[in-house]
Write a protein that binds this ligand. Sequence first.
Ligand code: COA
Length: 102
Amino acid sequence: MNNTLFSVSIYDDNKIIGYGRIIGDKTIFLYIQDIMVIPEYQGQKVGTKIMNELLTKVDEYKKVNPNIRTYLGASKGKEKFYEKFGFKTRPSVDLGEGMVLF
Ligand SMILES: CC(C)(COP(=O)(O)OP(=O)(O)OC[C@H]1O[C@@H](n2cnc3c(N)ncnc32)[C@H](O)[C@@H]1OP(=O)(O)O)[C@@H](O)C(=O)NCCC(=O)NCCS
């Protein structure tokens, strides 16, 4: 967490109900990570609020470094949520497959 560039926490009174963060080098690479909304608050646009705040920050970084790329790894079944914010599945945008090392 100490190496997080920017994070968003959403509260209902004192209770944290949603979280998301950006990691990366602010220059060529950003990664959106750990978007989560606790189950009883899902479907109420809390995730949208988190994504909008993170993407506003991404835009700030882009003003300094226009070629910066923003990645994320969607959990299975969550792709449609991220598509609403303009994210594309890599093979459909002339890039190789995303890969991961466990
Ligand atoms: C994925 C998650 C962050 C979405 O947050 P949320 O607050 O429930 O989402 P929102 O209410 O802001 O939904 C925004 C839109 O995305 C859609 N959406 C949300 N989850 C979706 C899903 N799994 N599949 C398709 N569409 C989805 C909503 O229907 C809504 O559509 P609309 O704008 O047309 O009404 C939340 O469900 C979650 O925390 N899930 C568990 C943790 C997780 O899997 N995180 C993702 C890790 S990659």
